[in-house]
Design a protein around this ligand. Structure first.
Ligand SMILES: C[S@@+](CC[C@H](N)C(=O)[O-])C[C@H]1O[C@@H](n2cnc3c(N)ncnc32)[C@H](O)[C@@H]1O
Length: 200
């Protein structure tokens, strides 16, 4: 089975499986504040799935901000659209990270929560996320797990069993080579946050 089919199959049970009250509390009080999203900003949620993190992003950007969410798995997007149909600050699209349907320098922040390990062409994903970011905008790569915990979580779950985050040295190299500057990289139990600035 390919990855898109895998995520499409999981879409219906995704929120119930992963978005426990504990995770929501953790996102709200610990993880999302580390993203340093500016109130009023326009945010792209890449590989956003059913939009589980969106309530937390909305809280961070406030009434003047807005969230665009893209995912290549149509069933994930379908559920997200139903959940946020009444919310004018949220827009969902089916799209792949390798070809983002947005103009250059459109976003203040790009958030990639729980998705980066699954991207097959990382240099192209980084090029596209950088292209749609404003200069001095930030890319946030985050998980509610450490990089070690991600490896354990994905083990045995074909076709994502090999999907993990690069080691810190490799991650920094990949980002710096692609025109980003790493502002912070936290990798500890239940928390991975890499905050990256677009410098040119
Ligand atoms: C582990 S899920 C996380 C979903 C969501 N961010 C969350 O945490 O609830 C990873 C998501 O990335 C999406 N994805 C994987 N590769 C992608 C790609 N190349 N382009 C767009 N979305 C992708 C999958 O369809 C899936 O919904």
């Amino acid at each position: 089975m390919d990855k898109k089919s895998f995520f499409n199959e999981m879409a219906a049970s995704w929120d119930e499986r992963f978005y426990t009250p504990e995770l929501k509390e953790h996102l709200n009080n610990h993880l999302v504040p580390l993203f340093h999203l500016r109130p009023g900003s326009r945010v792209l949620d890449v590989g956003g799935g059913t939009g589980g993190i969106i309530p937390h992003l909305l809280q961070a950007v406030g009434p003047q901000g807005c969230i665009f969410s893209i995912d290549f798995a149509e069933k994930m997007v379908e559920i997200g659209k139903k959940k946020f149909g009444q919310e004018p600050r949220v827009i969902f699209k089916v799209a792949s990270v390798e070809l983002l349907p947005f103009e250059d320098e459109f976003f203040d922040h790009v958030v990639c929560y729980g998705a980066f390990p699954h991207f097959d062409d990382r240099p192209q994903a980084l090029r596209e996320m950088k292209r749609v970011l404003k200069i001095q905008g930030t890319l946030i790569i985050a998980h509610a797990l450490s990089s070690k915990e991600i490896k354990t979580r994905h083990k045995g779950a074909s076709p994502v069993s090999q999907d993990c985050l690069p080691e810190e040295v490799e991650m920094r190299k990949l980002l710096e080579e692609n025109g980003f500057h790493v502002l912070q990289l936290i990798d500890q139990p239940k928390c991975y946050v890499c905050e990256i600035l677009k410098i040119y």
